[in-house]
Design a protein around this ligand. Structure first.
Ligand code: FES
Length: 169
């Protein structure tokens, strides 16, 4: 997906569809507290921008939510679900935190790296997959696990990973 075009006027930032989606979240908070919607708003913009957030996009969101740009950057750089560089069509986030590590995430990571021919923070040459290492995703009872785009996959084995990769568009 191509990058979003931005307009200089707050009222016409993004496009009507995106403003409407962001406004749904803004409306959940008291008047004057639009910045409380920054987390879902960043996700909405990231999805619409091919999976990543550019600086102009974050700056525009700061204007739209009436908050300092630095506060938007702070959120976007804190959570691993946001991307600040272009990513592949699919994103695989592998948890390597303690529960997953104890249950075999090292082998899972090696299998993924071998199958994809890339390391963490890299994208396959055909642009299909970006591989990422993340901290605990809150699914420790299903360790080892990974997130493929929006979905969690748990109790991973090499076979399960092969099936996942073979099923990617
Ligand atoms: S340690 Fe991997 S999901 Fe919690």
């Amino acid at each position: 997906m191509s990058e979003l075009q931005l307009d200089a006027n707050k009222e016409s930032l993004f496009n009507a569809d995106l403003r409407q989606k962001i406004d749904v979240w803004v409306a959940k908070y008291p008047v004057g507290q639009a910045q409380s919607a920054v987390i879902p708003a960043l996700l909405i913009l990231q999805d619409a921008n091919g999976g990543w957030l550019s600086k102009p996009l974050m700056d525009a969101l700061a204007v739209y939510l009436d908050m300092p740009a630095i506060s938007v950057y702070e959120v976007a750089t804190f959570y691993s679900m946001y991307e600040l560089e272009p990513v592949g069509e699919n994103k695989i986030s592998v948890c390597t935190n303690i529960s997953c590590q104890l249950c075999g995430s090292d082998e899972i990571v090696e299998h993924l790296k071998t199958r994809l021919g890339i390391g963490f923070g890299e994208t396959t040459e055909d642009g299909k997959v970006t591989l990422k290492e993340v901290e605990c995703l809150g699914a420790c009872c299903g360790a080892p696990m990974l997130q493929l785009n929006r979905d969690y996959h748990e109790n991973l084995t090499a076979d399960k990973i092969d099936n996942l990769l073979d099923g990617l568009s």
